[in-house]
Design a protein around this ligand. Structure first.
Ligand code: NAD
Ligand code: IPM
Ligand code: MN
Length: 372
């Protein structure tokens, strides 16, 4: 297969972790005989500095034409007081491409459990996926600002809720057929609409899927007290942003979690069909980590696992995706750990971690092929 991938390294540790993900994609391409063409462009603070905007029209156009987009992270203290913020580039990209469903899987690895501040016996076997609505809510509502006050409008339409709940329920069909929808229906009107629509979509279109509702504040607690129970969680934009940073502590580090942002795509809204080719944006859930940028110590696994999601969701390359996921899990389980996961003295850097994954790749590709 031939595929065009736009790479947007962005700011801070973004370029460090995307370099690792590209190296792994290239290796997987060689192993399976695919030709991935990479086109690197600017986004975020780097784009503000060089092009005067956080996402230029030319870059957006290149993204539209690509088969998939791989992104690092945007933002940093250098741009936090400026008129244009780096984050605007990312929000524009998500909105312009209609990427309303942000899939954020959370899994624990036995060796990484010690890195989590949560007791290990609660974490073994955690395997959930958060479906975060990504193009609506308070992120995209009207904003106002005067000398003495500010507002951010939170808005959701029935259609916006329907499509993301549908996506979550379709995903659940390929898993434990259990969806928890998270809202704040005891206070917010948008949440009352969300709950009503979610209930209807699940009842009418997914009678085989069990749907439960949970208020976001108690969900934040349950995520820590019994994380194993959850399978698919669907929620609005800002709740999903916050809950997934919290959930990263189940896995042990922000540096481990990948994400896929998908729209209707060319293959329709059913995320359980993995063989359709659809445009998607793939990025780790973490930010630009200004506190560790430039030191070569960032964990590249979230970016590498995002590359695996790219192969699965945009290119329909399931075996290749599994091969990369197995290589990351095996590398970690054999003790290849970056500083966020290891006690000081035993940690390895971004490049060594990437080499550890590359070293496992061939073995794990064979294992995946034998299993399938
Ligand atoms: P952050 O995710 O950048 O960092 C939070 C903490 O996690 C830091 O201590 C950091 O060192 C650590 N961390 C994050 N990724 C890591 C990795 N791969 N390996 C090891 N440690 C890692 O969040 P923040 O500090 O709140 O935000 C910094 C900037 O990043 C802000 O400008 C924010 O807007 C931006 N941001 C961007 C994205 C994105 O581009 N998708 C996501 C989140 C935050
Ligand atoms: C994320 C980030 C972004 C978000 C920011 C950088 C706009 O935190 O991808 O989780 O809030 O969506
Ligand atoms: Mn976030």
């Amino acid at each position: 297969m031939r595929a065009d991938i736009v790479v947007l390294p962005g700011d801070g540790i973004g370029p460090e972790v995307t370099a690792a993900a590209v190296a792994v994609l290239e290796a997987a391409g060689r192993r399976y005989g695919h030709s991935f063409q990479f086109q690197t462009r600017l986004i975020g603070g780097a784009a503000i500095d060089a092009e005067g905007s956080a996402l230029s029209d030319a870059t957006l156009d290149a993204c539209r034409k690509a088969d998939a987009i791989l992104l690092g992270a945007v933002g940093g203290p250098k741009w936090s007081d400026g008129e244009i913020r780096p984050e605007q580039g990312l929000l524009r990209l998500r909105k312009a491409l209609g990427l309303y469903a942000n899939l954020r899987p959370v899994k624990t690895h036995p060796v990484a459990l010690t890195a989590s501040p949560i007791k290990s016996h609660l974490l073994t076997g955690v395997d959930m996926i958060v479906v975060r609505e990504l193009t609506g809510g308070v992120y995209f509502g009207q904003r106002t600002r005067t000398e003495t006050a500010a507002t951010d409008l939170c808005e959701y339409s029935v259609a916006e809720v329907e499509r993301v709940v549908r996506r979550a329920c379709a995903l659940a069909r390929g898993r434990r057929k259990y969806v928890v929808s998270v809202d704040k229906a005891n206070v917010l009107e948008t949440s009352r609409l969300w709950r009503q629509v979610a209930t209807r979509v699940a009842r009418e279109e997914f009678p085989d899927v069990r749907l439960e509702h949970q208020l976001v504040d108690s969900m934040a607690m349950h995520l820590i007290s019994h994380p194993r129970e959850y399978d698919v969680i669907v929620t609005e934009n800002m709740f999903g942003d916050i809950l997934t940073d919290e959930a990263s502590m189940l896995a042990g580090s922000m540096g481990l979690l990948p994400s896929a942002s998908l729209g209707e795509g060319r293959g329709g809204p059913d995320a359980s069909t993995t063989s359709t080719r659809q445009i998607g944006l793939y990025e780790p859930i973490h930010g630009s980590a200004p506190d560790i940028a430039g030191r070569g110590i960032a964990n590249p696994c979230g970016a590498i696992l995002s590359a695996a999601m790219l192969l699965r969701h945009s290119l329909g390359l399931e075996a290749e995706a599994r091969c990369i996921e197995a290589a990351v899990a095996e590398a970690i389980d054999h003790g290849a750990l970056t500083a966020d996961l290891a006690p000081s003295g035993t940690a390895i850097g971004t490049e060594a971690m990437t080499r550890a994954v590359l070293a496992r790749l061939e073995i794990d590709c064979i294992a995946v092929e034998l299993r399938d």
